[in-house]
Design a protein around this ligand. Structure first.
Ligand code: PHB
Length: 359
């Protein structure tokens, strides 16, 4: 029988009961101090029938924050809060990895310690608005990281990975997508550095490789995934030759035997038109399991698994509105509609109160 969304699979060292992955989703509902709270435990536990949950993007340090009410993964209190989440997901038979996040320039002094200036590969202000506790405000110019600061960033990834393991996660996903720090280094619209972290493709990939090497040393390569978004223009991103850049990124990541590569196959949030890109060519470069993401439905998800393009498919918005999405897909049940007004911040409404089938 052909493989489909409901076939089990191993992504490196992570065994999934099905191939429906819950995509990382920013929900802005953590407790004080970036500590996951009971509401977050309920939300994740409700979705544990997914083959794998990827946590919401989670700042690795105080300087990695870029939005209100994000959970962190760098203090003891945050680890204790996440432990309740992973215990609840595991009790329901699920698997969950933590997405390691540094936002780089997509931040604002009001979200950072001592009103710090956001950091980036280069001092280029993004077009668009920062989402702060005071509402939407203009981005400020970021400060270009000095080369001497980069080992400290790598150390923050290491500390966060150790914290995620202590918190009981089944692995970690390095967020190198969507215009945040590592992606800002990769793409030449945001990286104008003249040292060996900027310029040619090899140099722009250097920080991601250093982070990956360090995270793999702590977690084991078969527990580490990476997310990329080669042509996502969201967060004012562009690159002069994304196919060459990301084919190279995938080629060099092959050395690690990672658990998976997770690819956002286009542009998110209506953030502009994505440049043309051959994702099946990229996939042919990839020697690890491949998770496809972006606006897949059941039929297209089954099709990319049957064809071998993807080993699993990540669903975002459908998992917001349907905690039992796996059951709904497997029984061809109707889906709840997502309410976008409750995506970012708020209460249990639009978070843990979407109905299960038969409720
Ligand atoms: C968002 O908050 O809109 C967001 C966060 C992380 C992403 C993408 C989008 O990777």
């Amino acid at each position: 029988m052909a493989l489909d969304l409901f076939s089990p699979v191993k992504l490196g060292g992570i065994a999934l009961k099905n191939r429906m992955v819950m995509a990382p989703l920013t929900r802005n509902r953590a407790g004080a101090g970036g500590v996951p709270q009971a509401l977050n435990v309920t939300y994740y536990a409700q979705r544990a029938s997914a083959g794998l949950i990827i946590s919401e993007a989670t700042p690795i340090s105080a300087m990695a924050h870029g939005y209100p009410a994000l959970p962190g993964i760098y203090t003891d209190e945050q680890v204790a809060g996440w432990k309740k989440v992973t215990d609840a997901v595991h009790a329901e038979g699920g698997k969950i990895v933590l997405q390691l996040w540094h936002v780089g320039r997509i931040s604002h002094p009001s979200l950072l310690p001592n009103d710090a200036q956001p950091v980036a590969p280069s001092a280029i202000t993004p077009n668009g608005k920062a989402f702060t506790y005071q509402g939407l405000v203009d981005y400020v110019q970021p400060r270009a990281l000095d080369v001497s600061e980069l080992p400290g960033i790598v150390a923050d990834y290491v500390h966060a990975t150790k914290s995620a393991i202590s918190a009981g996660f089944d692995g970690v996903e390095i967020h190198a997508a969507n215009g945040y720090l590592l992606d800002q280094f990769l793409r030449d619209g945001t990286n104008k550095r003249e040292d060996h972290y900027g310029g040619n493709i090899e140099n722009r990939t250097r920080l991601l490789l250093e982070v990956t090497k360090a995270v793999v040393t702590v977690a084991g390569a078969d527990k580490v995934g990476i997310r990329i978004s080669p042509v996502n223009p969201f967060n004012d991103m562009k690159d002069s030759n994304p196919q060459a850049l990301f084919n190279y990124v995938v080629d060099v990541l092959n050395q690690f035997n990672l658990a998976y590569l997770h690819v956002v196959e286009g542009g998110i949030h209506g953030g502009g038109i994505a440049d043309p890109f051959d994702f099946s060519a990229l996939r042919k470069h990839c020697q690890s399991p491949y998770i496809a993401n972006l606006a897949y439905d059941k039929a297209r998800g089954n099709a990319v698994i049957a064809s071998g393009h993807a080993d699993a498919v990540a669903y975002g918005v459908p998992f917001i509105a349907n905690p039992d999405l796996v059951k709904r897909f497997s029984t061809n049940a109707a889906l709840n509609e997502a309410d976008s007004s409750t995506f970012y911040g708020g209460t249990e409404h639009g978070y843990t109160d979407y109905p299960f089938l038969g409720a």
